[in-house]
Each structure stands twice: as C-alpha cells, then as structure tokens.
Design a protein around this ligand. Structure first.
Ligand SMILES: Nc1ncnc2c1ncn2[C@@H]1O[C@H](COP(=O)(O)OP(=O)(O)OP(=O)(O)O)[C@@H](O)[C@H]1O
Ligand SMILES: [Mg+2]
Length: 184
C-alpha cells in the first residue's frame, strides 16, 4: 500500500530553484535512504515530506491513518538523553496514552469504583476504547520498532540495554563564509 506520495515537488530559495519535479512513493514497510552531496537539499526535501514546510511546487499526499515522526538532523539533541530515549520522543502521543491507560487501570482496580456500577462501566468503556486505539497505533510494538531501527543502523551492539548512552553532539562543519569560531 502507498502511504505517501509526492508529485512535482520543488523548492525555491532566493529566487532560484533548489530542486524541482520530485516524484516519489513510499510503500508500507519501506526503508529508504536519501543520499546526496552536502547542501543538495536532502533536509529541505525531508522537511517538506514530513509536512514541516510546504513545497513551492507540487504536493505531498499522505494516507489518512498515517502520522509522521521526524528526527531532525540538527535538532539540538539533548546530550543527556540516549539514542533510545531520543527516538522515544517521536512516540510521545503513544506514551501519553500509555500513562492514561495505567491511570485507568488503577481506578478499575480500586474497590471503591466497583461500588458505583455506572462509573465502573464508564471507566471500563473508556479503557476499552483507549486500549483499542493504542493497539491500532502500534502501542504494543513501538519499543521493539525503535530497537529494530537501532539494530538496522548497527548501533544496538554499542548501546547496551535500550541504548542508554548519551548522545555526543557533533560540531556542525562551518558553512560558506564562516570559520569554526563564527562568521569570517
Ligand atoms: N531557509 C533557507 N533559506 C535559504 N537557503 C536555504 C534555507 N534552508 C536551506 N537553504 C539552502 O538550501 C540548500 C540545501 O540545504 P539542505 O540543508 O536541504 O541540504 P542537505 O542536502 O540536507 O545538506 P547536508 O548534507 O549538509 O545535510 C543549501 O544550499 C542551504 O544553504
Ligand atoms: Mg541535511
């Protein structure tokens, strides 16, 4: 199944085209690498595909039940956080659902609630719905998915349990007209 499609996508900066006519399709389960020289426009394209910026030309369409997690190239990664925890931030909505489920579980286990049949039924209904949505959104699989991604990068063996090594931020190479210490 196609989950994303780009048609005729292009970006202009300062009156000149960085790229035009990008057509692509992303299928379910695809793993795609985007390779190109520095400054060619990879990040610009990914930001358009992720919906962070609109394209100047063309359009991007997304299957209705798809949401996008985006880990920016230079996102100000928190050096205290491990790679696993950094990737977890992409799943913040699922983590919030998980917390809500735990809170409801505690309420359901409380004998006081069982005495109020209406409130008990309401809480159970709410829990069932939440659990259904959580499962649909891969709530029971996202941690395994993160581990799979890290192993895909061959990082797993360096990371120990769930990759709790702090990220060392790499200094960005100086851009044109700049020195490592600042603007030339
Ligand atoms: N907001 C902007 N205004 C003007 N030019 C920009 C802007 N953002 C990016 N550019 C320029 O667009 C070009 C593509 O940048 P982009 O960051 O997408 O390249 P990249 O392929 O991701 O590079 P890298 O390999 O270094 O990550 C660069 O020349 C960059 O200077
Ligand atoms: Mg880039």
């Amino acid at each position: 199944m196609i989950i994303m499609q780009a048609q005729g996508v292009g970006r202009t900066f300062n009156g000149s085209d960085l790229f035009t006519g990008i057509n692509l399709e992303v299928q379910t389960g695809a793993r795609i690498g985007l390779v190109g020289p520095n400054g060619i426009g990879k990040t610009t394209l990914l930001e358009i595909l992720a919906g962070l910026n609109p394209p100047d030309y063309g359009q991007v369409t997304l299957a209705h039940d798809i949401s996008i997690g985006y880990q920016a190239q230079d996102s100000g990664l928190d050096s205290e956080r491990g790679i696993f925890d950094e990737l977890l931030t992409v799943f913040a909505p699922l983590i919030a659902m998980e917390k809500r489920m735990h809170a409801l579980e505690a309420q359901i286990a409380d004998p006081a609630l069982a005495k109020d049949q209406v409130a008990f039924d309401q809480t159970m209904k709410q829990y069932d719905q939440l659990q259904h949505d959580f499962q649909e959104q891969n709530g029971y699989g996202y941690r395994a998915e993160i581990r799979g991604i890290l192993h895909g990068f061959n990082s797993g063996k360096h990371l120990g349990h769930e990759g709790r090594y702090p990220i060392r931020r790499r200094a960005r190479p100086p851009g044109p007209g700049q020195t490592a210490a600042g603007k030339a």
